[in-house]
Design a protein around this ligand. Structure first.
Ligand SMILES: Cc1ncc(COP(=O)(O)O)c(C=O)c1O
Length: 324
């Protein structure tokens, strides 16, 4: 496959493909949530997509742009869950074989969901980094193509969420975007620059997995341990392709702790009729931490990127809701 450029035109082309398969997701106001936060905050509900996460956009776009070799020999990747389901979804659309290497810690529900989409699951390694090494070795051994979680086709697919968002609300002043590998935030920057240059894009990462944040601040690729409970944010390194975009274009990058992410997930459950996994609630945690401070200007939106809460997360949320 010829490399696709990460440009706004690339996002427009991806959107045509993605829209053939996926409905636009709603951007909703939730008055109870606004009251709890002390300011209006719109929620972009990516949690309603098939697979329950924004990442499916990447898999659908990738599926339409596979090379002959990828079609013939299949795909292999590594993931803690939502990229896995996305790739499995895309592979099924394209009628291509997919193998997903997941770290042993990946939630059982996510493994089951991947298998239900028809992909093979291999459990290997204690971290996403170790699973990645195994996935590359497996690709070399079997002839399948390794799909990097920050593959250009995937970044462009994810960016389509922000094309929708700025179409739905052209006058946004600040958007909060969760960061793991940085594909969503990079996509947000690509689209914001073209459609809403006055809007601030703020990345949000768990303080218990700050590799992306450290990389952005240092201007170089940095690593950090990932002990966060939010599986979708549990990356241990900055990713060069997305950091190259975020470096100059992301307006701000904040860290929130895992308890703040839980509190945000509880708010989404009680004030916005929404089950969110930790990574899906992180943007709201960032907006809540920023409050009415000077970093936040104009109408605010947060991206609820995923609903695939593990049974542990659901139990923890239910406990804290009951205690509230
Ligand atoms: C629900 C959810 N939100 C956010 C993220 C972070 O996205 P990215 O890795 O593109 O930064 C992920 C990553 O898997 C995720 O699953």
């Amino acid at each position: 496959m010829a490399t696709l450029d990460l440009t706004f035109d690339g996002v427009l082309a991806a959107a045509e493909i993605v829209a053939r398969e996926l409905p636009a997701t709603p951007l909703q106001a939730h008055p109870l949530l606004d009251r709890a936060l002390g300011r209006p905050v719109l929620v972009k509900h990516e949690n309603v997509l098939p697979t329950g996460a924004f990442k499916v956009r990447g898999g659908v776009h990738l599926a339409a742009r596979l090379s002959d070799a990828e079609r013939a020999h299949g795909l292999v990747t590594c993931s803690t869950g939502n990229h896995a389901q996305s790739l499995a979804y895309g592979a099924r659309l394209a009628g291509v074989r997919a193998t997903i290497v997941m770290p042993a810690s990946a939630p059982g529900a996510k493994r089951d969901a991947v298998r239900a989409l028809g992909a093979d699951v291999v459990l290997a390694g204690a971290s996403l980094g170790e699973a990645g090494e195994h996935a590359r070795a497996l690709a070399a051994e079997t002839g399948a193509s390794f799909v990097c979680p920050t593959d250009e086709r995937i970044v462009l697919g994810h960016a389509t969420a922000y094309l929708e968002l700025f179409g739905q609300a052209p006058d946004l002043g600040t958007i909060f975007v969760p960061v793991g590998s940085g594909t969503g935030a990079a996509g947000a920057c690509l689209v914001r620059d073209a459609l809403a240059p006055g809007c601030r894009v703020v990345g949000v990462q768990s303080a218990a997995a700050p590799a992306g944040w450290r990389s952005w601040r240092a201007g170089s690729i940095e690593t950090a341990p990932a002990t966060t409970r939010a599986a979708g944010l549990a990356t241990t390194t900055g990713y060069p392709r997305t950091q190259a975009i975020l470096r100059d274009r992301l307006d701000d990058f904040v860290l929130v702790d895992d308890d703040a992410i839980d509190a945000a997930a509880r708010l989404l459950a009680t004030c916005a009729h929404t089950l969110a996994e930790g990574a899906g609630a992180a943007a709201l945690a960032g907006a809540a931490a920023a409050g009415g401070g000077p970093a936040v200007t104009g109408p605010v939106a947060v991206i609820c990127t995923g609903a695939n809460a593990s049974t542990d997360e659901i139990a923890r949320l239910a406990g804290s809701v009951a205690a509230a």
